[in-house]
Ligand binder design. Structure first.
Ligand code: HEM
Length: 237
């Protein structure tokens, strides 16, 4: 039976999304205050994570063709990161994983036999492109990039972003997913936010600890109206 899973994935993760977009790295990127070497470093770490996740999505296709059919070839993210890093002159052979990156890679490996969980991780990297389009626009202006050079990873789908994202979500909701499948996908999305927030932390912080630390400033209305203060209410690209 069709589900309303994507409404849950969006509505029940708003708190971690708000914490994620305020984090040191995403926050500095959307504000345009991140020096270019810091941006290159974040892409280099991303390459290690997304190579592992690209590999894991192949496993989804093998084990769960229904979910795998929604993952198109242009949703492999390592090639975008390689193109950006090449443009920025970064040697990709010499990248060492930070603790947060290693934690993310280990989490992917630990759930290699759980295609629904891995699909949840994939959902978040794809959904993040909705906000990353704003980040890409800011960075193009701050760093003087032309076209999409250097920002392919953030904005891989360009003008097709919204329609492709809606098609992906409609495809998920049209599937016949058991409650257990849905809960595993949700767990993957929750962990994707958590692992991303923790990329900025050497010591892992649990969801409970993060929510308690941010309890006074979490604001659902502000989030729904405009996300980060750097995205105007109702603004779309
Ligand atoms: C850099 C700061 C960020 C800004 C300004 C931002 C902004 C946005 C915006 C405007 C949307 C579209 C919301 C809608 O369709 O109604 C969105 C969606 C999304 N963002 Fe972010 N975002 C940021 C960071 C992040 C990060 C770091 C992650 C991942 C950990 C993330 C994951 C997502 C996901 C998964 C969606 C789709 C939500 C859903 O429909 O389930 N975002 N973001």
């Amino acid at each position: 039976m069709p589900t309303e899973l994507t409404a849950r994935l969006k509505n029940d993760n708003w708190d971690l999304h708000q914490i994620a977009e305020r984090g040191p790295t995403p926050g500095a990127l959307i504000k345009g205050t991140m020096p270019k070497p810091g941006y290159s470093d974040s892409l280099a770490q991303g390459l290690l994570i997304h190579r592992a996740l690209d590999h894991a999505t192949q496993g989804i296709k093998d084990k769960r063709p229904d979910l795998g059919a929604l993952i198109k070839p242009d949703q492999a993210f390592a090639p975008y990161l390689e193109a950006d890093l090449d443009f920025l002159g970064v040697d990709t052979a010499g990248i060492t994983a930070t603790p947060g990156t290693q934690r993310f890679i280990d989490a992917i490996g630990a759930r290699a036999d759980d295609p629904c969980y891995l699909f949840g991780l994939h959902y978040v990297r794809l959904g993040a492109c909705n906000g990353n389009r704003f980040v890409a626009r800011k960075l193009r202006s701050v760093y003087g990039f032309s076209d999409n050079q250097g920002t392919m990873f953030l904005d891989p789908f360009g003008e097709k972003q919204r329609s492709e994202w809606n098609a992906f979500k409609n495809g998920i909701d049209a599937l016949d997913l058991s409650q257990d499948d849905q809960d595993r996908i949700f767990a993957g999305t929750r962990d994707a936010y958590l692992l991303t927030i923790n990329l900025d932390h050497d010591e892992f912080q649990s969801a409970e600890a993060l929510l308690a630390a941010n309890a006074k400033t979490l604001d659902k209305d502000a989030f729904e109206q405009g996300h980060s203060v750097h995205v105007a209410p109702g603004e779309t690209l």
